[in-house]
Design a protein around this ligand. Sequence first.
Ligand code: SF4
Length: 225
Amino acid sequence: MAAVAPGPAVAAADRLRITEIFLSLQGEARDAGWPTVFVRLTGCPLRCTYCDTAYAFHGGEWREIDAILAEVARHGVRHVCVTGGEPLAQKRCLALLSRLCDAGYRVSLETSGAIDIAGVDPRVSRVLDIKTPGSGELARNRWENLALLTPHDQVKFVLCGRTDYEWAREVLHRHALHARCEVLFSPSKSELAATELADWIVADRLPVRFQLQLHKLLWNDEPGR
Ligand code: SF4
């Protein structure tokens, strides 16, 4: 019997819009330092003041999930980070995450915190932003997400100055975030000196992890690194 080609509806259901897939070092969060394949999905409904991936807002190309998995496999590493843009803005991201887990990868997801994370495969480590006043996107925080966090996840604040720091410190305590999962505080590169933030965290003995973006120290925002 002749093989039947999948109809357009089936094919469309398995596709995502992708800006880039590349191999680099993970520069942030718990898996910092590991060779990692990044799958960057196109599109984001937010416009943070410090965004360094505006090139992922538009464009990209439709890729079948099978083709994405094949390209990830070609790089031959164990860690995969699904990022954006805001990857959860594409509903099929959930299927991609599960397929990557099924294939045996250690999978992390970088998300803005503006979209429901309830449907994300529990094998995925979710790195959830909480948007500060300085980001310009404070109103987009989906606070209901916080109740869904587990020790497998991480929360990240990118801080633009002292006002953001004090706000984040208050949110940390009010929601007892450090009792739920690891909490990361990062300086916005062009707005807050790293040493200043480090000094504040130490002075307040905050139960958070200070982090710098390793890939920016190494390659200074070179595309695809
Ligand atoms: S959520 Fe991320 S990708 Fe979207 S605008 Fe903010 S920093 Fe950029």
